[in-house]
Write a protein that binds this ligand. Structure first.
Ligand code: NDP
Ligand code: 8X3
Length: 250
């Protein structure tokens, strides 16, 4: 039976790679994002028989509900929700951070994620489906400048665990996927288009690439129905842990 997956943030990075991965293995895919031209490019590449795209800002609750209400009949029985759309903005310490950027991260990474999840829970319960939330190592390991971004991802991880607890007995699976350093448009977005900063961050690090996370999502989504991966932390081999910083008085 053909299964249906809704992937938010399908226009770039992990989400775009996941759209391709799931289409290639026969799934029906709903891809969302703001950039309509990127969604159209996916349709141009893959056709629209098993791909449906919806262009909307995920922070716009009315637009989200309109997109869900307008799903064609063949795409309504969603088996898997991938909450992937998200972003970091800025690397400044909290005391110099831009409050508007903090709000945008919370609205996107937290509020929109719970809104969409809430809307789809009845369908996912009926389908004994799965929720795959793209969190981050930034939710577990604080770093300077991570402040609100890390806070949103800590929420995503803990929300995933809470959902798992609430959905006990429904057969719905929930996974928090927590990638580390990954080269996508993430750093370009974070730095407002600073290609040099992005290139410098990833140079020589052999970071995670989008296809790695697409493959991880595909693996989790295709596990036997009696198995639940609760949390999955994925780093490139080049990334590991360092010690605490210590400020010394002089
Ligand atoms: P990209 O910037 O390449 O992709 C982000 C996606 O999110 C885009 O498709 C973008 O679509 C979508 N998005 C952002 N804001 C909105 C919005 N307001 N409405 C609708 N869609 C939106 O980055 P990644 O692929 O790396 O990021 C995907 C997820 O992975 C994010 O949640 C990120 O926090 C997380 N992550 C990334 C890591 C990394 O190092 N790259 C590591 C760990 C986690 P559009 O702009 O078209 O709206
Ligand atoms: C992205 C990973 O460490 O750059 O979520 O915040 S990190």
């Amino acid at each position: 039976m053909t299964r249906t997956i809704l992937i938010t943030g399908g226009t770039s990075g992990f989400g775009a790679a996941a759209v391709t991965r799931f289409l290639a293995s026969g799934w029906r895919v709903i891809a969302t994002g703001r950039r309509a031209e990127r969604l159209q490019a996916l349709v141009d590449a893959h056709g629209d028989a098993r791909l449906h795209t919806c262009a909307f800002d995920i922070r716009d609750e009315a637009a989200m509900h309109a997109a869900l209400d307008a799903l064609p009949a063949g795409f309504r029985d969603i088996d898997v929700l991938v909450n992937n759309a998200g972003l970091a903005l800025g690397t400044a310490p909290a005391q110099r951070a831009d409050l508007a950027q903090w709000r945008q991260m919370i609205d996107t990474n937290v509020t929109a994620l719970v809104t969409l999840t809430h809307a789809l829970l009845p369908t996912l319960i009926e389908r004994r489906g799965a929720i795959l939330n793209v969190s981050s190592i930034a939710g577990s390991y604080p770093y300077p400048g991570g402040n609100t971004y890390g806070g949103t991802k800590a929420f995503v991880t803990q929300f995933s665990l809470g959902l798992r607890s609430d959905l006990h007995g429904t057969g719905v699976r929930v996974t928090s996927i927590e990638p580390g350093l990954a080269e996508t448009e993430f750093t370009l977005v974070r730095t407002r288009g600073d290609q040099a900063a992005s290139d410098t961050l990833y140079a020589g690090a052999r970071p995670i690439v989008a296809d790695d996370i697409a493959e991880t999502l595909w693996w989790v989504a295709n596990l036997p129905p009696h198995l639940n991966i609760n949390r999955l932390e994925v780093m490139p081999v080049s990334q590991s842990f360092a010690g605490f910083q210590i400020h010394r008085e002089r």
